[in-house]
Ligand binder design. Structure first.
Ligand SMILES: *Cc1c(COP(=O)(O)O)cnc(C)c1O
Length: 327
C-alpha cells in the first residue's frame, strides 16, 4: 500500500458513494483511430443527481464531522451543482445545510434550485452580486452562527480546496484498481478544469500512485496559465494536509489545454452545444453545457489529431441538475 492510500484510508471521511462508479466502454468508437473509448461514470456518484462534488464532499463532510459541526454552509451561482449536491449529501449525512446564492429568488424553481426546494434546504438569495461578495456574505453568516454558539463548517471555493481535491486523489486509486481488474493498459483520462479541484486531485493522485494514467485537463473557464496556478495552489494545500509532497511540476505531471473553453465559464461554443446532443443520441447519457460538453469536444479533437492512442477515458463529472435549466 502506498503512503497516500494509507492516508486516504485513515483520514476522516463520510461515506456517500456506492464505490466504485462504473468504468465501461463507450458505444461510439471512432473508426480508423488506434483508440478504445471508455467512460468513467462520475455522473453516478449515488447522491442527488450525482457528479464530481460528491467525491470532495466525502472528505469535506468528514472534516466537518470530526470538528463537531452540525451546520454546513455552501455558496454558488443560481444553478450551482455544488450547492444542490451539498444539500443532498448533508441530508444523507444527517447534517443541517444552508446555501448562499448570488441570484434573486425566481418565481419558478428549475434544475438544481428545484432539487434544493425538494430537499427543504434553507437558501439565502442575495440577488445579483459577484462571487467575492457572495463568499464574504457566507463568511459573515458563518461568524454570526458561531457567535450564537453553533458549530458551523464552511464549504469554500466550490469545494476546490486541498481537502476537497482528495476526492479525486482517491478516484485515482479507485480507477487504477478498476483498470487492473479489467485488464486495461495505460489509459489517458480527459477531465474538466473549472476551479481546478478535480484536476488537482487527479494530478496529485496520479503522481503519488506512480503515474498509472496520462492526464489531459480541458479548461472550461480560465486560460492555461491561470488554471495551472489554481491547480498548483490546490495541490500545495493537499500536500500540507497529507504531508506527502508531489515531486514534479504540474506542467510535467499533466497536459492542460485551454483551446475549447470558448468565451469561458458558462459560455457555450457551437461544438459544445452539438456535443450535448450527439452524446445523448449515441450513448443515452446526458452531459451539459458548462463543463462536460467542452471536455468531450476537446477529447474528440485530440483523437482526430491523433494526439492520443490506446485506452482513452472520458471522465463524466455530472452536472445533470443544471441541464434542466440550460434550455
Ligand atoms: C464543479 C464541476 C466541475 C469542475 O470542477 P473544478 O474542481 O471546479 O475544476 C466539473 N464538472 C461538473 C459537472 C461540476 O459541477
Amino acid at each position: 500500500m502506498k503512503p497516500i492510500e494509507r492516508f486516504l484510508r485513515e483520514t476522516d471521511r463520510v461515506p456517500l458513494m456506492p464505490m466504485p462508479t462504473p468504468l465501461h466502454p463507450m458505444h461510439y468508437q471512432p473508426s480508423g483511430k488506434d483508440v478504445s473509448l471508455l467512460i468513467k461514470r462520475d455522473d453516478m456518484t449515488g447522491v442527488g443527481p450525482g457528479g464530481n462534488k460528491i467525491r470532495s464532499l466525502e472528505f469535506l463532510l468528514g472534516e466537518a464531522r470530526s470538528k463537531g459541526a452540525s451546520k454546513i454552509l455552501a455558496a454558488g451561482p443560481e444553478q450551482s451543482n455544488l450547492c444542490a449536491l451539498t444539500a443532498a449529501a448533508c441530508a444523507k449525512a444527517g447534517l443541517d445545510c444552508e446555501l448562499i446564492i448570488n441570484a434573486a429568488e425566481p418565481a419558478r424553481k428549475e434544475g438544481n434550485l428545484l432539487l434544493e426546494e425538494l430537499l427543504g434546504t434553507k437558501i439565502h438569495f442575495l440577488g445579483p452580486c459577484d462571487g467575492t461578495v457572495r463568499n464574504r456574505r457566507m463568511e459573515e453568516l458563518a461568524a454570526a452562527y458561531q457567535s450564537a454558539g453553533e458549530q458551523v463548517y464552511v464549504v469554500r471555493n466550490g469545494a476546490t480546496t486541498g481537502r476537497g481535491a482528495l476526492g479525486y486523489t482517491a478516484a485515482v486509486v479507485e480507477m487504477k484498481r478498476q483498470c487492473e481488474d479489467l485488464g486495461i493498459g495505460r489509459m489517458t483520462i480527459f477531465a474538466p478544469g473549472g476551479n481546478g479541484g478535480v484536476a488537482a486531485g487527479l494530478i496529485y493522485g496520479n503522481q503519488l500512485m506512480g503515474q498509472p494514467f496520462r492526464i489531459v485537463i480541458v479548461s472550461v473557464e480560465d486560460d492555461r496559465e491561470t488554471l495551472t496556478a489554481h491547480i498548483r495552489s490546490t495541490i500545495s494545500e493537499a500536500e500540507e494536509i497529507t504531508g506527502l509532497p508531489m515531486d514534479v511540476s504540474v506542467e510535467q505531471a499533466a497536459e492542460i489545454t485551454d483551446a475549447y473553453r470558448g468565451g469561458g465559464w458558462g459560455e457555450n461554443t457551437k461544438e459544445s452545444q452539438q456535443a450535448v446532443l450527439s452524446f445523448a443520441r449515441s450513448e443515452g447519457i446526458f452531459i451539459e453545457n458548462v463543463y462536460t460538453s467542452k471536455v468531450l469536444v476537446g477529447m474528440m479533437d485530440w483523437i482526430e489529431q491523433e494526439k492520443v492512442s490506446g485506452p482513452v477515458c472520458y471522465l463524466h463529472t455530472g452536472g445533470l441538475g443544471s441541464l434542466f435549466a440550460q434550455y
